[in-house]
Write a protein that binds this ligand. Structure first.
Ligand SMILES: O=P(O)(O)OC[C@H]1O[C@H](OP(=O)(O)OP(=O)(O)O)[C@H](O)[C@@H]1O
Ligand code: HPA
Length: 178
């Protein structure tokens, strides 16, 4: 029997254990080390969900690099489907830099597409995307993702930074809704 937990009104069952998550993170850290060696990358981790992934990823990346944390404030743009994402807390210049966005999950892809578009305004040299989790079956956008630690089916999940209504971010394993 899989471990079951309750968060608010929902039950979740154990889905991916910490050891498997960290193997996936190690694999992409090695790819990043090899791809971005000598390129002085700046990692842009997106709060809140990416805090745990960013911490583990940065322990495993060994090339010289910077990290900064941003928040997104979304508001409805001119089209109903694409929200504009205002980037809050970006105090470092990314002009001419190799940027790696660090996200906890790409689900519909709407957030990532809007964020990449917003970052282009700051004239970075290149923007790559690293995500802990990717739900291919939920993707609604044309989007290239450079580094994916784990691909998952289209189920709602919590843990390792991801929340259900604000709770569950502190879980060291990932759980899926029952
Ligand atoms: O691909 P999408 O369908 O756009 O979904 C992915 C986004 O949803 C979550 O953010 P949320 O707004 O829940 O913020 P959080 O990181 O604070 O939990 C997650 O952190 C991604 O940013
Ligand atoms: O499956 C999910 N769980 C938690 N937060 C999320 N944000 C997008 N998808 C998810």
């Amino acid at each position: 029997m899989k471990e079951v937990i309750t968060i608010k009104d929902k039950q979740f069952e154990l889905f991916i254990e910490q050891g498997i998550i960290e193997q996936g993170i190690k694999r992409i850290a090695e790819q990043i080390d090899s791809d971005l060696k000598g390129k002085d990358p700046i990692f842009l981790a997106v709060l809140n969900g990416a805090f745990m992934f960013a911490g583990e990823l940065m322990k495993k990346v060994s090339i010289p690099s910077e990290i900064t944390f941003v928040r997104l404030a979304s508001y409805q743009g001119t089209s109903t489907t694409n929200k504009v994402q205002e980037v809050l807390g970006l105090n470092e210049s990314i002009e001419g830099r190799n940027v790696v966005i660090v996200e906890d999950i790409v689900d519909s892809g709407n957030t990532m597409v809007a964020l990449k578009k917003e970052l282009e305004k700051y004239n970075p040299l290149e923007v790559k995307v690293a995500t802990l989790l990717f739900k291919p079956a939920a993707l609604r956008q044309k989007l290239h993702i450079d580094y994916v630690a784990l691909e998952i089916p289209n189920d709602f999940i919590v843990g390792y930074g991801l929340d259900y209504d604000g709770y569950g971010r502190n879980l060291k394993d990932i759980y899926k809704v029952k």
